[in-house]
Design a protein. Structure first.
Length: 336
């Protein structure tokens, strides 16, 4: 029996037969890259579906809208980015607490942007196998796992080599386009690059370029990690094969990778939302009875019942490969 078989972990011990890639591995499949909100909205997207309000009238009511949570939707792409940014932030914060419990210091998370040689990268990103090669190379470059050329000692200071020169882990978000202004009009063009929210430092930019051919920019510690991730997702690269999305926007590596930090449990719970003023349970009201934008007719509203929402609760653990077991640590994260 596999030592991890008694746990519910992700990724699985073996690949599921129902989730294997249906693309033919022997054929080079072309990929078309697009950005969020490129498609059409579904019927009802953005329509008001109800009103949540305090039954005592102590807080301002809030409108509820129908959302499809698709990045292609021009109406709901912001809700998709908001939800995925919450997922990413939850894993980052949970990982920091887990490593703090075992005595490993990750330092503060920083924002980096890595740009590969453009001609080579644009050629690779046009096929499924090519993008996988590009992403794999990016992870190795970001982690500092690249071989040194025989002439490195001529142009690269020795101090840049002996110091740690790679990120220990984090989240990678791929961007396929960049924006420039032509006669005052914004134009998006192919320019693949990788944004990283990670831990650690990289060697001097000049030495890094001489050794790898890649260019990076250290954007430093951000005021809000969630806000940065949300902004990056709003114009992330979406890869499609026959109008079917085939790649995730985010990739985890290093200490935050799926092989190091696994999910023990993933459940959904029903939560009653409270009023911010009187702490009473909010109620759901039929939108058909809400006729005025200032909510002055709330005495005529029809009460449907308690307002509840479903939140996803994940429990994370660290995997220790040396002892072939899972470290007994538990962290809960909640988000909608």
């Amino acid at each position: 029996m596999h030592p991890l078989s008694s746990f519910v972990v992700y990724p699985a011990i073996e690949q599921s037969k129902t989730t294997q890639n249906t693309l033919n591995p022997t054929v080079s499949v072309s990929v078309s890259w697009k950005m969020p909100k490129w498609g059409a909205a579904r019927d009802g997207c953005g329509d008001v579906s109800g009103v949540k309000a305090c039954p005592n009238g102590d807080d301002k009511p809030g409108l509820l809208h129908n959302r499809c949570f698709r990045p292609e939707c021009p109406v709901c792409y912001g809700s998709w980015a908001n939800r995925d940014a919450g997922h990413i932030l939850d894993r980052i914060e949970s990982g920091e607490r887990l490593y703090h419990k075992v005595g490993k210091k990750l330092y503060r998370i920083r924002h980096y942007a890595f740009s590969p040689p453009q001609d080579w990268a644009v050629r690779l990103m046009n096929t499924v196998d090519g993008y996988k090669e590009l992403r794999s190379e990016a992870v190795n470059i970001i982690k500092g796992e690249f071989s040194l050329p025989s002439w490195w000692w001529i142009d690269v200071p020795y101090t840049d080599i002996i110091k740690p020169h790679g990120l220990s882990g984090g989240c990678i978000i791929f961007h396929s386009h960049r924006k420039k202004f032509v006669l005052g009009v914004p134009v998006w063009y192919y320019s693949p690059h990788f944004h990283v929210m990670g831990y650690g430092y990289v060697m001097c930019a000049d030495s890094f370029y001489r050794l790898t051919g890649w260019v990076y920019k250290n954007k430093g510690v951000r005021n809000t990690v969630y806000g940065t991730i949300f902004y990056l997702l709003t114009h992330a690269g979406l890869g499609y094969v026959d109008d079917r999305r085939v790649f995730h926007c985010d990739t985890w590596f290093g200490v935050m990778g799926y092989s190091r930090m696994v999910i023990k449990s993933d459940v959904h719970r029903v939560v009653y939302e409270k009023c911010k003023v009187c702490a009473a349970d909010l109620h759901l009201y039929d939108v058909g009875w809400c006729k005025k934008s200032d909510f002055s007719d709330r005495e005529n509203w029809q009460d449907v019942g308690y307002y509840v929402r479903v939140v996803r609760v994940r429990t994370f653990m660290l995997r220790n490969y040396r002892k072939h077991k899972v470290v007994c640590l538990r962290v809960d994260g909640e988000y909608g």
